[in-house]
Design a protein around this ligand. Structure first.
Ligand code: GLY
Length: 131
């Protein structure tokens, strides 16, 4: 696979990952992630969380939430050889609060992907607090 093809595939996978979060689609999210996924994210309050259980909790909560739309801006893919990559971007999440007012959250995200046995797995991410 060329670096250009890998970059295109990783951006597609990143979009699919964020769509799965916005749609509460646990099956797709879990398929894209390694079971040992590690993460720093605001919900973890400064702790490195490992594994999928921490993330599944939020998918199971989503039943009553309003529709979300996610946009990736300024994406960059940095290949670290043929089997690893760093994907960075700014994520915009649009949603409607309890009063019916549209709102937008903004996060910087760094996501690490590892390729093995012919496919990419999401293995680590770091998400900023909302700004
Ligand atoms: N909290 C799940 C994710 O951002 O990947």
């Amino acid at each position: 696979m060329s670096a250009d093809d890998a970059t295109t595939e990783l951006l597609t996978l990143s979009r699919r990952l964020l769509e799965s979060i916005a749609e509460g689609d646990w099956t797709t999210y879990a398929e894209l992630c390694d079971s040992t996924l590690s993460a720093f994210e605001p919900e973890a309050r400064g702790q490195l969380v490992e594994g999928m259980d921490f993330h599944r909790y939020y998918f199971e909560l989503q039943g009553s939430s309003t529709p979300r739309q996610t946009t990736i801006t300024a994406p960059k893919v940095r290949m670290l050889g043929p089997h690893a990559a760093v994907v960075t971007y700014v994520r915009l999440d649009q949603w409607v609060d309890r009063d019916g007012t549209p709102a937008t959250s903004v996060f910087e995200e760094t996501r690490i992907w590892h390729r093995r046995q012919g496919r990419w797995y999401h293995v680590h991410f770091h998400r900023s607090s909302n700004r």
